[in-house]
Design a protein. Structure first.
Length: 114
């Protein structure tokens, strides 16, 4: 089992920055991929960014050039640096760890005011 706890969300004005963190504990040796996803009200959950084997990253087109995903070497913490935030980035952000199984955090709210 892997437990994930997100933090760092909040209210920010458009153009501002936030850094999300996801703290992991438990059986993380089997994890080879991590990612950030978000879900806005009335919309489906969507991929924001993923990092595989600590090196290969992938971003949604809507966040390319503004968001950066990273992790520590021990895989215990996943980060999402979000710059130049826009109102359309408002959503609940979830971290996801995956390997032989998939694990989700409980989510953290990000609200960007115009």
């Amino acid at each position: 089992q892997v437990q994930l706890v997100e933090s760092g969300g909040g209210l920010v004005q458009a153009g501002g920055s936030l850094r999300l963190s996801c703290a992991a504990s438990g059986s993380i040796l089997s994890i080879n991929g991590m990612g950030w996803y978000r879900q806005a009200p009335g919309k489906q959950r969507e991929m924001v960014a993923t990092i595989i084997s600590g090196r290969s990253t992938n971003y949604a087109d809507s966040v390319k050039g503004r968001f950066t995903i990273s992790r520590d070497n021990a895989k215990t913490t996943l980060y999402l640096q979000m710059n130049s935030l826009k109102p359309e980035d408002t959503a609940v952000y979830y971290c996801k760890y995956f390997g032989s199984r998939v694990y989700w955090g409980q989510g953290t709210q990000v609200t960007v005011s115009s």
